[in-house]
Write a protein that binds this ligand. Structure first.
Ligand SMILES: O=C(CO)COP(=O)(O)O
Length: 251
Protein backbone atom coordinates (compact mmCIF):
# COMPACT_ATOMS: atom_id res chain seq x y z
CA UNK A 1 0.00 0.00 0.00
CA UNK A 2 1.26 3.43 -0.94
CA UNK A 3 1.07 6.01 1.84
CA UNK A 4 -0.47 9.24 0.50
CA UNK A 5 1.94 12.17 0.54
CA UNK A 6 0.78 15.79 0.64
CA UNK A 7 3.62 18.28 0.25
CA UNK A 8 3.56 22.04 0.45
CA UNK A 9 6.04 23.73 -1.86
CA UNK A 10 6.59 27.17 -0.39
CA UNK A 11 8.70 28.36 -3.36
CA UNK A 12 10.31 31.74 -2.50
CA UNK A 13 8.00 32.57 0.43
CA UNK A 14 8.47 32.68 4.20
CA UNK A 15 11.41 33.59 6.43
CA UNK A 16 12.76 31.60 9.41
CA UNK A 17 10.52 33.37 11.95
CA UNK A 18 7.39 32.80 9.82
CA UNK A 19 8.47 29.20 9.30
CA UNK A 20 8.76 28.56 13.05
CA UNK A 21 5.38 30.20 13.69
CA UNK A 22 3.70 28.18 10.92
CA UNK A 23 5.05 24.87 12.22
CA UNK A 24 4.11 25.72 15.79
CA UNK A 25 0.51 26.15 14.59
CA UNK A 26 0.30 22.93 12.57
CA UNK A 27 2.54 20.42 14.33
CA UNK A 28 -0.04 18.95 16.70
CA UNK A 29 -2.80 18.80 14.09
CA UNK A 30 -1.10 16.70 11.44
CA UNK A 31 -2.45 13.27 10.49
CA UNK A 32 -0.74 10.09 11.60
CA UNK A 33 2.19 9.63 9.22
CA UNK A 34 1.13 6.06 8.45
CA UNK A 35 -2.12 7.47 7.05
CA UNK A 36 -0.88 10.56 5.24
CA UNK A 37 2.67 11.84 5.06
CA UNK A 38 2.76 15.63 5.56
CA UNK A 39 5.70 17.43 3.99
CA UNK A 40 6.84 21.02 3.67
CA UNK A 41 9.44 22.05 1.12
CA UNK A 42 10.98 25.36 2.12
CA UNK A 43 13.65 27.69 0.75
CA UNK A 44 17.17 26.62 1.78
CA UNK A 45 17.50 29.61 4.12
CA UNK A 46 14.46 28.40 6.12
CA UNK A 47 15.36 24.72 6.41
CA UNK A 48 17.19 24.99 9.71
CA UNK A 49 14.18 26.73 11.30
CA UNK A 50 11.81 24.20 9.71
CA UNK A 51 13.77 21.21 11.02
CA UNK A 52 14.07 22.61 14.54
CA UNK A 53 10.40 23.59 14.73
CA UNK A 54 9.14 20.25 13.42
CA UNK A 55 11.22 18.05 15.73
CA UNK A 56 9.12 15.29 17.27
CA UNK A 57 6.16 15.96 14.93
CA UNK A 58 4.74 14.09 11.94
CA UNK A 59 6.09 16.67 9.50
CA UNK A 60 8.74 15.63 6.98
CA UNK A 61 11.07 18.27 5.62
CA UNK A 62 11.98 18.79 1.98
CA UNK A 63 14.39 21.09 0.17
CA UNK A 64 13.19 22.73 -3.03
CA UNK A 65 16.38 22.10 -4.95
CA UNK A 66 20.00 21.01 -4.55
CA UNK A 67 23.14 20.70 -6.61
CA UNK A 68 24.47 17.43 -8.04
CA UNK A 69 27.89 17.77 -6.43
CA UNK A 70 28.38 17.37 -2.69
CA UNK A 71 31.03 20.09 -2.36
CA UNK A 72 33.49 22.16 -4.34
CA UNK A 73 33.84 25.48 -6.12
CA UNK A 74 30.15 25.93 -7.01
CA UNK A 75 29.24 29.37 -5.71
CA UNK A 76 25.67 29.73 -4.57
CA UNK A 77 24.68 26.07 -4.77
CA UNK A 78 23.17 23.85 -2.05
CA UNK A 79 24.91 20.61 -1.07
CA UNK A 80 22.77 17.45 -0.93
CA UNK A 81 25.28 16.07 1.59
CA UNK A 82 24.65 18.95 3.96
CA UNK A 83 20.88 18.72 3.45
CA UNK A 84 21.10 15.14 4.70
CA UNK A 85 23.28 16.14 7.66
CA UNK A 86 20.72 18.80 8.59
CA UNK A 87 17.88 16.26 8.73
CA UNK A 88 16.13 16.91 5.42
CA UNK A 89 14.26 13.87 4.02
CA UNK A 90 13.17 14.86 0.50
CA UNK A 91 14.41 17.18 -2.21
CA UNK A 92 12.24 18.46 -5.05
CA UNK A 93 13.98 18.40 -8.41
CA UNK A 94 12.93 19.37 -11.91
CA UNK A 95 10.18 21.80 -10.98
CA UNK A 96 9.01 23.63 -14.10
CA UNK A 97 10.07 26.94 -12.55
CA UNK A 98 13.62 25.61 -12.28
CA UNK A 99 13.51 24.24 -15.80
CA UNK A 100 12.13 27.51 -17.22
CA UNK A 101 13.84 30.25 -15.21
CA UNK A 102 17.10 28.50 -14.31
CA UNK A 103 17.52 26.47 -17.49
CA UNK A 104 17.71 23.08 -15.77
CA UNK A 105 17.92 20.24 -18.24
CA UNK A 106 16.74 16.64 -18.01
CA UNK A 107 20.40 15.68 -17.70
CA UNK A 108 20.89 18.00 -14.70
CA UNK A 109 17.79 16.52 -13.09
CA UNK A 110 19.08 12.99 -13.58
CA UNK A 111 22.44 13.96 -12.01
CA UNK A 112 20.58 15.55 -9.10
CA UNK A 113 18.47 12.41 -8.60
CA UNK A 114 21.66 10.34 -8.36
CA UNK A 115 23.28 12.83 -5.95
CA UNK A 116 20.17 12.76 -3.78
CA UNK A 117 20.21 8.97 -3.51
CA UNK A 118 23.99 8.93 -2.98
CA UNK A 119 23.40 11.06 0.10
CA UNK A 120 20.47 9.11 1.51
CA UNK A 121 17.76 11.63 0.61
CA UNK A 122 14.71 10.93 -1.56
CA UNK A 123 13.83 12.94 -4.67
CA UNK A 124 10.42 14.35 -5.55
CA UNK A 125 10.83 14.51 -9.32
CA UNK A 126 8.58 16.97 -11.12
CA UNK A 127 7.38 16.60 -14.67
CA UNK A 128 4.66 18.23 -16.72
CA UNK A 129 3.82 19.69 -20.09
CA UNK A 130 3.11 23.21 -21.30
CA UNK A 131 -0.29 24.22 -22.67
CA UNK A 132 1.22 24.26 -26.15
CA UNK A 133 2.35 20.64 -25.83
CA UNK A 134 -1.06 19.59 -24.52
CA UNK A 135 -2.86 21.41 -27.33
CA UNK A 136 -0.64 19.58 -29.81
CA UNK A 137 -1.74 16.28 -28.21
CA UNK A 138 1.85 15.42 -27.32
CA UNK A 139 1.59 15.59 -23.53
CA UNK A 140 1.98 11.86 -22.81
CA UNK A 141 4.99 11.46 -25.07
CA UNK A 142 6.56 14.58 -23.51
CA UNK A 143 6.02 13.60 -19.87
CA UNK A 144 7.11 9.98 -20.38
CA UNK A 145 10.29 11.25 -22.00
CA UNK A 146 10.97 13.55 -19.01
CA UNK A 147 10.50 10.61 -16.64
CA UNK A 148 12.70 8.28 -18.66
CA UNK A 149 15.55 10.80 -18.70
CA UNK A 150 15.18 11.66 -15.00
CA UNK A 151 15.30 8.00 -13.95
CA UNK A 152 18.13 6.94 -16.24
CA UNK A 153 20.55 4.67 -14.35
CA UNK A 154 18.45 4.43 -11.17
CA UNK A 155 17.73 0.99 -9.72
CA UNK A 156 14.21 -0.39 -9.26
CA UNK A 157 14.73 -0.17 -5.51
CA UNK A 158 15.51 3.54 -5.80
CA UNK A 159 12.56 4.17 -8.08
CA UNK A 160 10.25 2.31 -5.68
CA UNK A 161 11.17 4.78 -2.94
CA UNK A 162 10.96 8.07 -4.81
CA UNK A 163 8.06 10.40 -5.52
CA UNK A 164 7.00 11.75 -8.89
CA UNK A 165 4.99 14.95 -9.12
CA UNK A 166 2.95 15.49 -12.26
CA UNK A 167 2.47 19.23 -12.59
CA UNK A 168 1.04 20.46 -15.88
CA UNK A 169 2.60 23.91 -16.31
CA UNK A 170 -0.71 25.43 -17.41
CA UNK A 171 -2.26 24.54 -14.04
CA UNK A 172 0.46 26.00 -11.79
CA UNK A 173 -0.56 29.17 -9.97
CA UNK A 174 -3.27 29.83 -12.53
CA UNK A 175 -6.27 28.60 -10.55
CA UNK A 176 -6.84 26.18 -13.45
CA UNK A 177 -6.68 22.68 -12.01
CA UNK A 178 -6.43 19.82 -14.44
CA UNK A 179 -9.68 17.91 -14.05
CA UNK A 180 -9.32 14.92 -11.77
CA UNK A 181 -9.74 12.73 -14.86
CA UNK A 182 -6.95 14.52 -16.75
CA UNK A 183 -4.67 14.25 -13.70
CA UNK A 184 -5.51 10.57 -13.21
CA UNK A 185 -4.95 9.78 -16.85
CA UNK A 186 -1.41 11.19 -16.82
CA UNK A 187 -0.52 9.65 -13.44
CA UNK A 188 -1.67 6.29 -14.81
CA UNK A 189 0.46 6.78 -17.93
CA UNK A 190 3.48 7.59 -15.75
CA UNK A 191 2.90 4.46 -13.67
CA UNK A 192 2.58 2.33 -16.80
CA UNK A 193 5.79 3.79 -18.19
CA UNK A 194 7.59 2.78 -14.98
CA UNK A 195 6.19 -0.73 -15.28
CA UNK A 196 7.70 -0.90 -18.77
CA UNK A 197 11.05 0.64 -17.76
CA UNK A 198 11.30 -1.45 -14.57
CA UNK A 199 8.59 -3.88 -13.53
CA UNK A 200 5.04 -4.03 -12.13
CA UNK A 201 6.19 -4.10 -8.52
CA UNK A 202 8.24 -0.92 -8.89
CA UNK A 203 5.33 0.79 -10.64
CA UNK A 204 3.01 -0.24 -7.81
CA UNK A 205 5.39 1.17 -5.21
CA UNK A 206 6.21 4.56 -6.68
CA UNK A 207 4.12 7.41 -5.32
CA UNK A 208 2.78 9.90 -7.85
CA UNK A 209 1.52 13.32 -6.83
CA UNK A 210 -0.54 15.76 -8.81
CA UNK A 211 0.32 19.47 -8.57
CA UNK A 212 -1.29 22.58 -10.02
CA UNK A 213 -3.88 24.65 -8.14
CA UNK A 214 -4.58 21.92 -5.58
CA UNK A 215 -6.68 23.37 -2.76
CA UNK A 216 -8.92 22.20 0.08
CA UNK A 217 -11.91 22.29 -2.28
CA UNK A 218 -10.50 19.83 -4.83
CA UNK A 219 -8.04 17.68 -2.86
CA UNK A 220 -10.54 14.95 -1.98
CA UNK A 221 -11.66 14.41 -5.55
CA UNK A 222 -8.07 14.22 -6.78
CA UNK A 223 -7.01 11.88 -3.97
CA UNK A 224 -9.90 9.53 -4.73
CA UNK A 225 -8.27 8.61 -8.05
CA UNK A 226 -6.44 5.28 -8.02
CA UNK A 227 -3.16 6.52 -9.48
CA UNK A 228 -2.94 9.82 -7.58
CA UNK A 229 -1.09 9.29 -4.32
CA UNK A 230 -0.64 12.87 -3.23
CA UNK A 231 -0.46 16.53 -4.00
CA UNK A 232 2.37 19.01 -4.46
CA UNK A 233 0.81 22.28 -3.41
CA UNK A 234 2.06 25.83 -3.91
CA UNK A 235 -0.26 28.71 -2.98
CA UNK A 236 -2.65 26.74 -0.76
CA UNK A 237 0.20 25.46 1.43
CA UNK A 238 1.12 28.92 2.71
CA UNK A 239 -1.80 29.38 5.09
CA UNK A 240 -2.06 27.29 8.26
CA UNK A 241 -5.77 26.45 7.95
CA UNK A 242 -5.54 25.60 4.29
CA UNK A 243 -2.45 23.39 4.77
CA UNK A 244 -4.18 21.57 7.62
CA UNK A 245 -7.30 20.98 5.51
CA UNK A 246 -5.12 19.54 2.74
CA UNK A 247 -3.15 17.10 4.88
CA UNK A 248 -6.30 16.12 6.80
CA UNK A 249 -8.33 15.52 3.63
CA UNK A 250 -9.33 12.09 4.93
CA UNK A 251 -11.21 13.86 7.73
O1 LIG B 1 3.98 24.47 -8.54
C1 LIG B 1 3.22 24.00 -7.72
C2 LIG B 1 3.71 23.14 -6.63
O2 LIG B 1 5.02 22.74 -6.85
C3 LIG B 1 1.77 24.27 -7.77
O3 LIG B 1 1.56 25.58 -7.40
P1 LIG B 1 0.04 26.07 -7.10
O4 LIG B 1 -0.54 25.07 -6.12
O5 LIG B 1 0.20 27.44 -6.52
O6 LIG B 1 -0.67 26.03 -8.41
Amino acid sequence: MRTPIIAGNWKLHMNPAQTAEFVKNVKDKLPDSNKVESVIAAPAVDLDALIKASEGSNLSVAAENCYFEDEGAFTGETSPKVLKEMGVKYCIIGHSERRDYFHETDEDINKKAKAIFRNGLLPIICCGESLETREAGKEEEFVVSQIKKALDGLTSEQVSSLVIAYEPIWAIGTGKTATSDQAEEMCKTIRESIAKLYNEETAENVRIQYGGSVKPANVKELMAKPNIDGGLVGGASLEVESFLSLVNYQG
